[in-house]
Design a protein around this ligand. Sequence first.
Ligand SMILES: Nc1ncnc2c1ncn2[C@@H]1O[C@H](COP(=O)(O)OP(=O)(O)OP(=O)(O)O)[C@@H](O)[C@H]1O
Length: 660
Amino acid sequence: MTAAPRDGHVRTHVTVPRLRPAPAVLPPSHRTHRAASLMRLPRYLTPYKARWITMLVFSILVVATSIVTPLVTRAVIDGPIAHRDQTGLILLGSVALVLGIVEAVFWFIRRWVVARATLGVEADLRKDLYAQMQQLPMRFHGQWQSGQLLSRIMNDLSVIRRFLGFGLVFLILNMLQVLIVTGLLLAMYWPLGIVVLLSVVPIVITVMRNEQEYTRLSRLSQDQTGDVASIVEESAHGVRVIKAFGRDEHAYSKFDDRVTKLLDTQLAKVRLTSRFWTLLEVIPNITLIVVLGFGAVAVGDGRITIGTLVAFITMMLSLVWPIASLGFLLSMTQESMTAADRIVQVFDEARTIEDGDTELVRPLGHLRLEDVGFQFPDAEPGEWTLRHVDLDLHPGETVALVGATGSGKSVLTSLIPRLYDVSEGRITLDGVDIRELTLPSLRSTVATAFEDPTLFSMSVRENLTLGRPDASESDMNRAIDIAQAQFVYELPFGLDTRIGEQGMSLSGGQRQRLSLARAVLSEPKVLVLDDTLSALDVHTEALVEEALRRILHDVTGIVVAHRASTVLIADKVALLESGTITHVGTHAELLATVPYYRYLLAADGADSPDSAVPADVTRGWHDQEARERGLVDHAVRDVCRDDEHDARSDVDADLEEIGR
Ligand SMILES: Nc1ncnc2c1ncn2[C@@H]1O[C@H](COP(=O)(O)OP(=O)(O)OP(=O)(O)O)[C@@H](O)[C@H]1O
């Protein structure tokens, strides 16, 4: 074993900054919970603290200048205008002008300072959310629609940015302005001040009454936006299938249905907001009429000056926007609380695949599966996908994993790089439980090429060097040769050709070969090939197998195989039946002694369970898939009994030849 002592290691894996953990005791109401979600975001404001403070200071100065301006107006009317004092008029007029200019400059600075800060917060949150998504286990990605993730990372974060840069600031400033101005109005002439104060009451009541419904609608519309994104993503991905089955209209009507639902929710939101927006517009205007009436009487009685009435009305008018916008700002707050809630939901997902802290300094590739069991998290109790799996692979040894479809081959291979963790037992690499290894250490030791190869929308070179960014040109050429992927040299820009999304511009076999070259290039100690050659023609497959045989000499290999030719590149074969390895041996041994194995490989041609295997053995098979396959074989045989007879004889003869 070459595992270095734990203490001496520096953890090299990426540590994603995490939001503060959720409170241990869940708050009583969902509303509080959503507010708590929003309250967990401010730590993202910290790097921009100076900007926020500057912005707040300038915002307060803007409010202050807007409050002082009416007071200067009063002084102009009651002073120089009333006393026909030209010098005083010029002086105070200049002060008012300067105040106006200063207010405009403060506005500009506020906007300029806040833009950088809010965009920065949005970008930081987006990066952390993406990093978290990368760290979350396959279980999470299996359960979440990608459109929902897309809408969170794009729309919800934009909602939060708008709230932080605009909503939150104005909520604070407007409330501050309402408080100060109302205080000043009361001080100027308290009866009119009371009128203004009373006008705020129905606004607050309406906002409170509509808040719950608005929250529900905003969450619904955000979720439905995610649904629409999911459909677009799925249709773009599956466009070939949709076209091939002539299901364009069906796909369109499904999309139409989701979009209509979203539209309905958005319209319901607009109906709700327009109801209280109307109220918010009407109330200040009614108040203005009342104030004008009582104010005129008060001026007539000599209780206040004209200057005071003008200042009062100017100040009162300055309250229209802060009060009217209250509903809109509270809606924004609701929306951003919902958005924060949806984002925190992703941040709070458990990273069930946690990093270990051991590095393999010079891995040898001794792989052992010890009584491994695996259950999907949502499986019924007792429903095991893999159970009691034992396998011991010495460095340089290759095993072919053979089993019926659905027997658990892919699941088993995905346990090696820890895409899933074992539910019981353990897997060791050079004697160290792979859960104790750092993920970079494990994943640089193990490389996997999947049956369905994913290529990214970037150049061939970038796709190839995904697992080993520093690979040299000659290393790349060697990997390309092994995988028989020389077609890449013929592409318009050679290795620099950008391949389409998911490598769609390449054929299935070409994608598989590129994915194989990628796995080979990363120079792993353990190479896992999950039916990687299934899309190749027999000639190319033979060439790839020949080259693989050479590199598998130095590498520990697990090769999922459906064909006898693939099995032959392995040193031994493990037969997987219903999630359990029932036989391990050489191909010849299993062929000679295990009828089920013989059946599985013969199924390439025309063998069938009841002809090749004695009835008592057939009865012993507990693989449901195999039985189903047997039934299919029966049906096929009924149709072409004669042809099958000939073909079976040929296949039997071939197998016997291989077995020898
Ligand atoms: N994400 C999942 N959630 C629940 N069950 C799953 C999931 N993925 C696979 N399974 C189930 O696990 C079992 C084993 O699947 P697996 O993909 O390993 O089969 P396989 O032997 O590789 O089949 P094939 O040869 O067809 O690729 C199957 O019954 C399958 O339905």
